[in-house]
Design a protein around this ligand. Structure first.
Ligand code: AMP
Length: 226
């Protein structure tokens, strides 16, 4: 068994990476629950900035609606503000950050300042056809960001979130042309940073194809040496 949860956390510090639709968000949430550590999802943090309608939100939205990465300095400062919060002291899962070389370098600097290190970088892999199907059928809760899939993880009541009753919506970047751009952006800007973590011996591959109930066992297997 990987580190046991105690005092509200395991001290486990993970980064989870993978192409859009690989299932990284679902796995990040399962890992967070398993080890009792907060999940920091940059996509959700950015969407809540966009929802506020501020100047910064409008700026971020211009990138997000096209499926491009939001400017590094904006994302880095959001993540830095989050990583100094007290609840992160006993571990965290960073979901969707870093996504560029500049962000990976910034993460090293931020963690260095805090005197901590990443324990592992979990890379979620999935076939292109799985990714396209998943993103087209994905729905998210407009209130709590819970993730559903119309066939594989349907809500108990159509259109409503099981967790909070919020309305389920399709993200506006989960449409075909935008999905294509997000995949290209991933390959060009994010995929190269995996090599950096591989070289440090931190990389761990996890399948994004498994059914939900098999994920906890797979997570345990992949992280057992930590
Ligand atoms: P996700 O929910 O992870 O698919 O992210 C949705 C969108 O948010 C991405 O297509 C980007 O526009 C933006 N985003 C999320 N994380 C980052 C990041 N680390 N750097 C830049 N943009 C990001």
């Amino acid at each position: 068994m990987v580190r046991q949860a105690h005092c509200g956390g395991t001290g486990l510090r993970l980064v989870i990476l993978g192409p859009p639709g690989s299932g990284k968000g679902t796995r990040a949430k399962i890992i967070g629950k398993l080890f009792d550590i907060p999940v920091i999802t940059t996509g959700d943090l950015l969407r809540s900035v966009v929802d506020k309608g501020t100047k910064l939100g409008k700026l971020a939205d211009n990138y997000m609606k096209k499926g491009d990465l939001v400017r590094d300095d904006i994302v880095i400062s959001i993540v830095e503000d989050r990583l100094i919060k007290p609840d992160v002291k006993n571990g965290f899962v960073l979901d969707g950050f870093p996504r560029s070389v500049e962000q990976a370098e910034a993460l090293d600097r931020i963690l260095n300042k805090l005197g901590i290190k990443v324990d592992a970088v979990v890379n979620v892999t999935a076939k292109p056809e799985t990714i396209i199907e998943r993103l087209s059928l994905r729905r998210i809760c407009s209130q709590c960001n819970s993730i559903y899939h119309l066939n594989d993880i349907p809500p108990k009541k159509a259109g409503k979130c099981d967790e909070c009753g919020g309305e389920l919506i399709q993200r506006n970047d989960d449409h075909k042309e935008i999905i294509q751009n997000r995949l290209e952006v991933y390959l060009k800007q994010t995929f190269p940073i995996l090599e950096r973590y591989e070289k440090r011996g931190l990389g761990r591959n996890i399948s994004g194809e498994l059914e939900i109930d098999k994920i906890p066992t797979e997570v345990e297997r992949v992280l057992k040496d930590l």
